[in-house]
Write a protein that binds this ligand. Structure first.
Ligand code: PGA
Length: 256
């Protein structure tokens, strides 16, 4: 089970210091069955690395550039995340897809770079409210998944097998992100089942024996986490707003 905290462009430095201290107090009993991963803004990497040093909590970047270095003002490379001590990256978050032209084909190139830098990637997919209203969500999200993972299918079978161990999927319906409108269990279960079947189809014999984790994200909080995480199709949660409260996030981690 993976519980990921996406801080987005939050909080202040002082609040980030306090939040890291709260995370460091999450009891290890949660860590036994749960891998907690924190995604702070890059200006807090050092603070988070120091604050979580003696814990099992890992951390990563909220995105990375598709090249490992070069003349890309304002950008952050996968190798920089790794050199700072991060092991993870989020790719294709809907806010990046909407606001930063992060297309699925770009996500795929970024994934290739992230894998080369040794990072585990959380690949986000999810439909907008209009697509769900039109009943097109399953096809839309599965197409998004296939295009976002395209780089993997150029690999030979042993390489693909190894790469899949470092790929996590997050289903985040855009209409549920930051809105308080969490998807219901049937919607989550149906989508996750479809995504897992699609992954099995795409990966063939290379699909990991232990399966692939599909996280749910979109208005997860300490009130609804228990029900969502109890569903066998759900491999964890990607938590935005509720990860900014130390107590609230601890409750989510302990609700498993
Ligand atoms: P939310 O964000 O929990 O605030 O809805 C989730 C996300 O964007 O990853």
């Amino acid at each position: 089970m993976i519980i990921a905290a996406n801080w987005k462009m939050n909080p202040s430095r002082h609040a980030a210091e306090e939040l890291v201290q709260s995370y460091a107090r999450i009891p290890d009993s949660a860590g036994k069955s749960v891998q907690i991963v924190c995604f702070p803004p890059s200006c807090y990497f050092d603070l988070v690395a120091a604050g979580l040093k003696n814990t099992k909590i890992q951390w990563g970047g909220q995105t990375c550039h598709h090249e490992l270095s070069g003349a890309h003002t304002g950008e952050l490379s996968a190798s920089m995340i790794s050199e700072c001590g991060g092991n993870w990256v989020i790719l294709g978050h809907s806010e990046r897809r909407q606001n930063n032209d992060e297309t699925s084909s770009l996500v795929s190139v970024k994934l290739k770079t992230a894998l080369a830098a040794g990072l585990t990637s959380i690949i986000c997919v999810g439909e907008g409210g209009d697509i769900r209203q039109a009943g097109q969500q399953d096809r839309f999200v599965q197409d998004q998944l296939e295009a976002s993972l395209a780089c993997l299918f150029e690999l030979d079978a042993p390489q693909l097998k190894a790469a899949l161990l470092r790929v996590i999927i997050a289903y985040e319906p855009v209409w549920a992100i930051g809105t308080g409108m969490v998807a219901n269990i049937t919607q989550i279960e149906t989508m996750h089942h479809g995504l897992i079947e699609k992954l099995k189809h795409l990966c063939g014999d290379s699909y990991p024996q232990a399966g692939m984790a599909v996280l749910y994200g979109g208005s997860v909080n300490s009130d609804n986490a228990k029900d969502i995480l109890a569903n066998p199709m759900v491999g964890g949660a990607l938590v935005g707003g509720a990860s900014l409260s130390g107590d609230g996030f601890m409750d989510i981690c302990l609700s498993i």
